[in-house]
Design a binder for this molecule. Sequence first.
Ligand code: SAH
Length: 780
Amino acid sequence: MKYIIGSRGSRLALIQTKYVQEKLAKAYPEHTFEIQIIKTKGDKIQNKPLDKIGGKGLFVKEIEEKIISGEIHMGVHSMKDMPPTPAKGLVFTKVWKREDPRDVLILRTAKHLSELREGAVIATGSKRRAFQLLKLRPDLQIINIRGNVDTRLRKMEEQQLDGIVLAAAGLKRLGMEDVITQYLAPEDMISAPAQGALALEVREDQKELQKMLDVFCDEETMNEVCAERNFLEQMGGSCHTPAGARCQKTDQGYELYAMFGNEDGSKQAYTKVYGTCPEILAQTAVKNIKKQLAGIVYLIGAGPGDPGLITVKGKEILKKADCVIYDRLIPQELLDETKEGCEHIYVGKENHHHTMKQEQINELLAQKALQYDIVVRLKGGDPFVFGRGGEEAIYLADHGIYCEVVPGISSCIAAAELAGIPVTHRGISKGFRVVTAHDRRNQLSDFNFASMAKSEETLVFLMGLSKLEEITMNLLKNGMDANTPVAVVSSAASTKQQTCEATLNTIHEKVKQEKLSSPAVIVVGDVVKLQKQIQKPEDTTCHLVTKIGDQPSKLAQILKDHGCKVKELQTGEISYRYDRISKEELAKVTYLIFTSRYGVHGFMKQMKSSNLDLRDLFDKKIVVVGKKTKDVLMQYGIIADLMPEEAGEINLSELMKQEVDAKDVVWYCKGISGGEKLKKALTPICQVTEKVMYENNRKILSEIPEMKDIRSVSFTCASSARRFFDQIGEEKQQWIENIPCISIGEKTTKQLREIGVRHILESKDTTYVSMFYKIKESML
Ligand code: SAH
């Protein structure tokens, strides 16, 4: 019979395959063995680091496909390039004796690593090799390299590198042993798992061929490779993670050297273990390495929705976290508490739509614990109340990762409580029972409604809104009084909190009418009646946002997104000037200054009506007063060159004073009023012209809001503040004394002070988000 062996086309791959071919041909003269060259994706892309194009699996996919389709009978690969398990329907046959598994140094300028000059340049494509070299010689400069053996040797000469690292196996197979300068012992350099071994891959059902190949099995290599590959598989990680494992026979059994690190090398661990059973060797090495590497995973309860309801301990840990893996129901503001560079990973589960399966979340936690020191798993409410936190804690413990739980305030108590319902109350309810309406099979039929219906305790259902009708029906069917009070509380502890109260037989209809949405808890029992005594009246107040122009206010939108009630009030109208810009004059300009978005819009309108475009601005330096103006410019495809670190006219003046000199021609694009300071600062230094782009005209307020309904007023410019207080009439003094005013920056603050406003909160910078934070602060 004729067997076809698939191989990559590189010289090394072909030598390996020919070796297999010759062995087989000699042992089985009754058959013929032919080689077919197959080009893989990894072969086609030569110029990028492997981990950037998808890792090692790239060199095998095409070959595996051809074995599955029957086009070829087997594939020969380097075992170290193979994923832990072969593609479905394929198997690896038993391992043959491997070539030398060591890594070697090829040095151009020295005879030994220790003789290399300080700061010598060594090239390697592998982080595993790089980290270990740096461990031996921290002074080395390691650079990246790709390509086959010949290419790398050539690059070493061309780029005058001091040396490169390669695998002994490849060089020996190529007959190039003589280029090797130094063999690296496993104490110094732990090779890639299974280095030097071949992987022979065939179809699972080709038993005859498997038997033919297994004749050449080498038990020693088999055990070594088994320990090495088991280590790699159990450590997980991706093709980006540097991992090494090298097992070798000793007189007593086997010794396994192993190493593992994170991508940037800030965490690395090394171990050496002895034993006789390869699986146990791998397990022990994994345990040792994880013990050295793993950070702590904190399972933190974020509370029911208000960012203020996390525990002090939880928040302190959150601030230190390197990575936060969070759920859907956590208050998003908590993520702002994390330090710069902290990785945020969303793994939330929406109804019927899981971003990530629980098993994947468990794995992710373990993986991130190896990468970082402090990993936070942030969950809504309390982590152990229907949060699957218990499962995560068990998984981490099983994987040798230390895990600590920080309890949280659970919605099963807090949601009712915040709606004015105590889950227990002397004389009314001696206890409460918390039930999920979502079991593993998502079926309510398994619930013991008979016992619940007779219960004298308060019943609290979580995850039950979509099953409300079924729940109430089942309780009624089992004899619960139809007049039992029931409350549904949705989005508790947030500004969107809503409560709907009725009885067991009417609640379903009422919730439907009032359109309550998840998350919600259902509370059943007489304690619900207490709500009337405890609940505070509904909040009808809102935040007033003044604005210029009739466009919807972005600040108002942010507030609405956070569940705040908002009223927008227009205090000004923008009218643009359509002056002509002369092409010749513009050509002389060296700097353009914009101090508001209207200045930008106005300038662009004038450009357009003067038949000019962006090309006429190519040599200008563009200066903006702050981030908002910068963002608006960006909409026109222009990136500002200069912006003061902190927004404001004075800072801008200081910045410009250092920038310009007498030769500079500056156009200051502005509104009709304001900007005197900047003009004054620049006039003696350069040729500055004020270009009026727009007028901000006063608008009569469409209504005077009632002070008692207002929680705060926000001003995004001084003119708004002036106009607002000029028009609010008799109550002015009361407004001045009682209402917190949020100011966008120093000019507005100054104006508010002149008016006499008592409570002024100035935004940290001139962004809407930072104004929003000040508004929130005003509510505390
Ligand atoms: N571990 C969480 C519960 C997770 S199960 C805790 O201890 O609170 C998710 C369910 O919790 C939701 O379906 C809903 O029933 C309830 N829930 C969570 N947050 C809520 C909130 N802010 N308002 C009302 N119910 C909430």
